[in-house]
Design a protein around this ligand. Structure first.
Ligand code: MLZ
Length: 265
């Protein structure tokens, strides 16, 4: 998908290696995406995970679904893999003796919820149960190694998947550092997070992969105070590449050559 970024060249330049696929809680052979835009399903409310709501597929990116909870506004869309355990066919909740809930921030009066639910499901296209794939089992333990490369969801821009490096490993968590963004998007997550993928996953699932940013981490002595947040992971990353480059290729498309991102957010 990504014209300007190539993992093989990048790994060679950075003389680094990908985190092995068996570190990740992702299917070795990714499932197909049998959902279509407009289909309805049940999803755990990301802002209130104990409640199950009706959601609509607003878009498809690779084997991820852009979802919106019915009755919610358009500012809280979220993304889930087709093999996520957060989603299930319409009717599952009732079968389990539970009740469908209005989303957090339901835009109407709570008393109108039962009628809203009736209307939203009436005549709707439900995603078939065959579209929901079994979630892969979690690897038995955290086998990530610092310095290895991966593809990761940018949690501040969750529609994006970007090249990243494991900065630190601690218990069952890993520190995900986004290449070329000076730490602005980095986060800790569990080793079995569904937001991290082996190198090549985007290409395999036809999801777009962002190129790395064009900032690099300066040696501590040269960096200005505001770009050294003094996260322990920063100092624990001894790779020469992190300190000196080489600069990854500029993320340019034809016509905007040389343009730099306006901000890091
Ligand atoms: N806010 C930025 C997106 C940066 C994405 C970085 N991902 C690690 C922009 O609009 O350029």
């Amino acid at each position: 998908e990504s014209e300007s970024f190539n993992w093989d060249d990048y790994l060679k330049e950075a003389s680094s290696s990908p985190a092995p696929a068996d570190c990740f809680r992702q299917a070795r052979v990714p499932p197909s995406n049998d959902f279509k835009t407009g289909m309805k399903l049940e999803a755990h409310d990301p802002r209130n995970s104990t409640s199950v709501c009706i959601a609509t597929v607003m878009g498809i990116t690779g084997i991820r679904l852009r979802l919106r909870l019915d009755g919610s506004d358009n500012t809280n869309d979220f993304w889930r893999l087709v093999d996520s355990s957060d989603i299930q066919p319409v009717g599952t909740c009732e079968k389990n003796g539970d009740m469908l809930q209005p989303p957090l921030g339901f835009r109407m009066n709570a008393s109108s919820w039962p009628m809203f639910l009736l209307r939203t499901l009436n005549g709707a296209e439900m995603a078939p149960s065959t579209a929901f794939k079994k979630e892969p089992s979690r690897p038995p333990h955290n086998s990530f190694k610092p310095g290895t490369k991966l593809e990761a969801v940018d949690r501040k821009n969750p529609y994006l998947i970007c090249p990243a490096t494991i900065g630190e490993v601690k218990g069952d968590e890993v520190f995900v550092m986004f290449d070329g963004w000076r730490g602005a998007f980095d986060y800790w997550c569990k080793y079995d997070s569904r937001d991290i993928f082996p190198v090549g996953w985007c290409s395999m699932t036809k999801h777009s992969l962002q190129p790395p940013g064009n900032s690099f981490t300066l040696p501590k002595a040269l960096s200005t105070p505001q770009c050294s947040p003094a996260k322990p992971a920063r100092r624990a990353m001894p790779s020469l590449y992190r300190l000196t480059g080489p600069l990854p290729p500029l993320p340019v498309r034809k016509g905007v050559r040389g343009r730099r991102p306006k901000s890091q957010t």
